[in-house]
Design a protein around this ligand. Structure first.
Ligand SMILES: Cc1cc2nc3c(=O)[nH]c(=O)nc-3n(C[C@H](O)[C@H](O)[C@H](O)COP(=O)(O)OP(=O)(O)OC[C@H]3O[C@@H](n4cnc5c(N)ncnc54)[C@H](O)[C@@H]3O)c2cc1C
Length: 344
């Protein structure tokens, strides 16, 4: 190994780099390793699991085959555990910034530059989902000042809220999910929304209205987050009368949703349709040779953004990647027939 032009390690060329460690990327790593490919997964967040872990860790999922009501966090942990059996390399906390196709004498490969180094692979599997999670910020005075120390947009461990007074702001599924997840731990939870109607799932709305641990206040807006070292109170405004009220509070959760932002992915030369990458659904290949994509980020006629669909796309992509790397290989053998797999 030597030094490359960016001062990083001159790494061996891997078979596959999976960009994005959400559920689809994690399953992609499992499948790539299962079928004998050297694989690195690069994830921009400090934790693997994508939307499951970052956006709805406590929410039960009912439409992933083989599980009834598994929470987002538990499914993420199971996917990591499954991938771990096959020992891919995980690089977390590094965002992929650029990709470049290098024509070398011994074949073409991609050079991937992250916020922390350089990686190389013959094939890229892009599973960046909805891209970086860019939360819609609370338009309230003082919210910036307390971000990540009282004002949250991504969920800290739920026990953080134990016995605290928590304000959740928002009217969609993000706000409703977090309300239901935090309420059992909090001393008291107040949910405010600037409209009278919530836009989330009816079951969540029903549970929230029935819960004695949750106060629902509509139409209310957050005006100011106040405190010195920590949050001490919030100032809210009744949206119709404009009358302001001050409520003692410990924490504020901004549940206004996330803005889709592919960020650097938009500069990689892929054929895009808005915030999605156009692929051929027969191969999951993008318009760049050797660059495949799967999961929420892809677009083709009939695409459905579900975990199950993403897993299916991985099956197609891995079969094609296997043939791309070695044209003598076709399709995918059943896992039950593979030799040398670590047994449970
Ligand atoms: C509240 C909510 C409830 C849901 N409920 C269900 C449900 O019940 N059933 C269901 O099937 N689906 C559900 N979904 C949808 C499901 O979560 C997505 O379909 C799934 O997460 C897509 O997985 P993915 O791996 O493609 O993308 P993601 O989960 O978005 O993961 C992509 C990962 O890529 C990373 N990344 C992005 N850009 C870069 C970069 N440049 N470099 C490195 N890493 C990068 C991100 O940080 C992220 O971790 C729900 C979604 C939400 C928000």
């Amino acid at each position: 190994m030597g030094e490359d032009k960016l001062g990083g390690n001159l790494l061996e060329i891997q078979d596959v780099i999976v960009i994005g460690g959400g559920p689809v990327g994690l399953f992609g790593a499992t499948m790539a390793r299962l079928h004998g490919m050297t694989t690195t997964v690069i994830e921009s967040l400090p934790e693997l699991g994508g939307q499951l872990y970052a956006l709805y860790p406590e929410k039960p999922i009912f439409d992933v085959a083989g599980f009834y009501g598994i929470t987002g966090k538990d499914l993420a942990l199971r996917l990591v555990e499954q991938a771990d059996h096959f020992s891919p390399t995980f690089v977390v906390g590094q965002s992929v910034e650029t990709i470049a196709c290098i024509e070398a004498t011994d074949g073409t490969y991609y050079e991937v530059v992250t916020s922390g180094g350089v990686h190389r692979a013959r094939v890229l599997l892009v599973t960046v989902g909805i891209g970086a999670f860019v939360p819609r910020k609370l338009p309230a005075e003082g919210a910036d000042q307390f971000e990540n120390r009282g004002v949250f947009y991504l969920m800290p461990p739920l026990d953080y809220f134990r016995d605290k007074r928590v304000l959740v702001v928002g009217g969609g599924d993000t706000a409703l999910d977090w309300t239901l997840a935090i309420a059992p731990r909090a001393r008291h939870l107040t949910l405010i929304h600037r409209r009278n109607q919530f836009r989330g799932q009816e079951e969540s709305i029903r549970l929230i209205h029935e819960s004695p641990a949750i106060s629902v206040k509509t139409p209310y807006e957050l005006v100011r987050v106040a405190g010195r070292e920590r949050i001490e109170a919030v100032v809210v405004k009744e949206a119709v009368s404009g009358e302001e009220e001050t409520w003692p509070m410990d924490d504020v959760v901004g549940g206004l949703g996330f803005l889709p932002s592919l960020g650097p992915v938009k500069t990689w030369g892929l054929d895009l349709d808005g915030n999605t990458i156009v692929v051929d659904p027969a191969t999951m290949m993008t318009t760049l040779p050797g660059v495949f994509a799967a999961g929420d980020v892809v677009q083709y006629p009939g695409k459905v953004k579900l975990i199950a669909t993403g897993f299916g796309e991985i099956g197609i992509a891995i079969a094609q990647i296997r043939s791309y790397l070695d044209p003598t290989k076709k399709g995918l053998p059943h896992s039950t027939n593979l030799k040398g797999i670590p047994r449970p």
